[in-house]
Design a protein around this ligand. Structure first.
Ligand SMILES: [Mg+2]
Length: 277
């Protein structure tokens, strides 16, 4: 990866309360942009707000744990009036919207697939023991899919807490291995590929620094992008888990008292009101 060039002219002067223009908007999908509890699942108000940002050149990234087909289905069912410029799926693969298609970033995705294959080959012999450990203690589903040889659906969040503690202890002994969690779902993954590093790659390609990036998320798998390394403007809706709210508050971001897309819209409005050129 090349060095990131910064847009130094857009930095606010010291003491200037104004914030730099947003050039990239990275939103998680489920629970942040989209809610199954709502009709429409993505508030019309938020769709209009994002459309206005896209019209002025802001690139919108949906950064999700869903795979590409599940995300496309979610977008279609939600009858969105807007489409993202980029999607990051399974918290790692990058696709760029071009005409009616989402085109894979072959370099990034190819490297990502290869490095995951090497990593997963190195833990293959340990998997039966890990699966056995989970099955003896919990009612949980463990399975493999094309993205990970160890995927978990725990029965409850407190079961997920206990299982994750065990998996994290194991992963500390394996270079590059991490556990990605979203609610009761978890999977093994490569430490170098997550929502944060994928967002960094998109921003590198667009030559945009983190001071111009806004990231919004609600769960553990969003934490890698909710970091000043990747985005200086952070938003969490009211339904975000406490760990996410804590990080967003600590980094001076916006924690809304409204849930899902309503909270994101509120956060966007608040931050855009303070923008400078
Ligand atoms: Mg989410």
């Amino acid at each position: 990866m090349g060095a990131r060039k910064r847009d130094a002219c857009a930095r606010p002067a010291a003491g200037n309360p104004m914030t730099p223009l947003i050039k990239i908007l990275s939103t998680d999908f489920d629970g942040t942009l989209h809610s199954e509890h709502e009709d429409p699942p993505v508030p019309v108000h938020l769709q209009k707000l994002i459309a206005r940002l896209q019209a002025r050149g802001v690139k919108w990234v949906i950064n999700t744990g869903r795979d590409l087909s599940a995300l496309m289905e979610g977008i279609a069912r939600a009858e969105l009036s807007i489409l993202p410029d980029y999607v990051v799926v399974v918290e790692r693969e990058i696709y760029r919207h071009h005409e009616s298609r989402f085109i894979a970033d072959e370099d990034w995705n190819g490297r990502c697939t290869k490095e995951h294959a090497t990593l997963f080959a190195s833990i293959r012999a340990d998997l039966p023991g890990l699966i056995d450990w989970v099955e003896k203690r919990f009612i949980a589903t463990v399975y493999s899919d094309p993205y990970s040889p160890f995927c978990l659906i725990a029965g409850h969040n407190h079961d997920a807490d206990a299982i994750l503690a065990h998996l994290e202890t194991y992963s500390q002994g394996v270079p590059n291995l991490t556990v990605v969690r979203n609610d009761v779902y978890a999977r093994f993954s490569h430490r170098a590929y997550n929502k944060g590093t994928a967002l960094a790659e998109i921003s590198r390609q667009l030559d945009v620094g983190p001071e111009h990036i806004l990231a919004a998320g609600d769960h553990f798998n969003d934490l890698p992008m909710l970091s000043r390394e990747h985005a200086h403007r952070l938003v969490a809706p009211a339904n975000a888990v406490p760990a996410v709210k804590e990080v967003v508050r600590k980094l001076g971001g916006f924690v809304s008292d409204l849930p899902w897309g309503h909270g994101v819209a509120r956060g966007l409005e608040s931050l855009l009101a303070g923008e400078s050129d």
